[in-house]
Design a protein around this ligand. Structure first.
Ligand SMILES: NC(=O)C1=CN([C@@H]2O[C@H](COP(=O)(O)OP(=O)(O)OC[C@H]3O[C@@H](n4cnc5c(N)ncnc54)[C@H](O)[C@@H]3O)[C@@H](O)[C@H]2O)C=CC1
Ligand SMILES: O=C(O)[C@H]1OC(=O)[C@H](O)[C@@H](O)[C@@H]1O
Length: 274
């Protein structure tokens, strides 16, 4: 497949979308932007709901690839998750299939495996055994369940229609980690752009599932499949460890918020505001 140049970025108004709008053009991509919300300073962005099939079809027409970030990124009611994340992702895949788009990079989440018990080990923050990519999925929320569905949808569209996907189980992609848990799952924005670029350009990905994190000292995930795409993480959250641990304490295997990989999404998930 020739390297994609024109890429549709859905969810472009959001946190990760804003970071990637800043970083991906340096890799030579021409971004087309889509979100439910208008984007300041981007009059050419498409303002559309993932429920609007016609708008999606028009938005994907002529692009080489799609990075699909749009949707509810926290916990919500099943009905809202169904509409935005499950039906919305299906609508996007159908539009891509109809318009002949060859590859999608799908923003999955660590919360697709959030109920997995922390593997423990000598130091709970840095297990001896990294979580393999083929660990059974155990969503921790309706949100995580929708990401699990998205990964199955991606596999189905590869098997049935030859539409390729890299599903990225993103840990936490923000400017800086803000919790002790994030020391293990953080993906720096720079590494996020490196991983999306690798996912857009690797040959013959079929449907590949990867964890998306930086090369953290306290990493939980096995990054082998991500590295297999050519991803070489450059960052490590450890520089933030001393400050965060002084403020919040070490992860405590006796604390219900810390015993499962999804952390507080398992016990008290943050709720989508609208
Ligand atoms: N930021 C992170 O650390 C992680 C993000 N992810 C996933 O990455 C994606 C982006 O995450 P964030 O930027 O943090 O989330 P965000 O909540 O900041 O952005 C999501 C964007 O999607 C848009 N959106 C929501 N429903 C829509 C609909 N029906 N139609 C069109 N647009 C819609 C929102 O307006 C928003 O701009 C999400 O799919 C999220 O689940 C996964 C794991 C971690
Ligand atoms: O686990 C985490 O930290 C992240 O996981 C996600 O899937 C959410 O979209 C993001 O808002 C969280 O911060």
């Amino acid at each position: 497949m020739p390297a994609p140049r024109t890429v549709l970025l859905t969810g472009a108004a959001g946190g990760l979308g804003t970071l990637m709008r800043g970083l991906l053009p340096a890799y030579g991509y021409e971004l087309r932007l889509l979100d439910l919300l208008p984007i300041d300073g981007e009059p050419g962005a498409v303002t559309a709901d993932l429920g609007d099939k016609e708008a999606l079809r028009e938005a994907v027409r002529g692009v080489d690839a799609i990075i699909h970030l749009a949707g509810i990124s926290l916990e919500s009611t099943f009905e809202k998750i169904l509409k935005a994340n499950i039906e919305g992702t299906y609508n996007l895949y159908e539009a891509a299939r109809e318009e002949g788009v060859r590859r999608i990079v799908f923003a999955s989440s660590n919360h697709a495996v959030g109920y997995t018990p922390h593997p423990g080990g000598e130091a709970p923050h840095a297990p001896k055994t990294l979580i393999p990519i083929d660990t059974p999925r155990r969503p921790d929320t309706f949100y995580g369940l929708s990401k699990s569905f998205g990964e199955d949808l991606a596999q189905f569209y590869w098997d049935k229609h030859g539409l390729e996907t890299v599903s990225v189980r993103i840990g936490s992609c923000f400017m800086e980690p803000t919790s002790v848990r994030m020391l293990s799952v953080w993906m720096s924005p720079g590494d996020g752009a490196r991983l999306f670029h690798a996912a857009l350009t690797a040959e013959d990905v079929e449907h590949t599932v990867v964890y998306g994190s930086s090369a953290n000292t306290r990493l939980w995930w096995d990054l082998t499949t991500a590295r297999g795409l050519g991803y070489e993480p450059q960052d490590d959250s450890e520089q933030y460890a001393e400050k965060l641990i002084a403020e919040q304490g070490e992860l405590d295997p006796g604390n219900p918020d810390h015993t499962r990989l999804g952390g507080h999404f398992v016990t008290n998930p943050p709720v989508w505001p609208y």
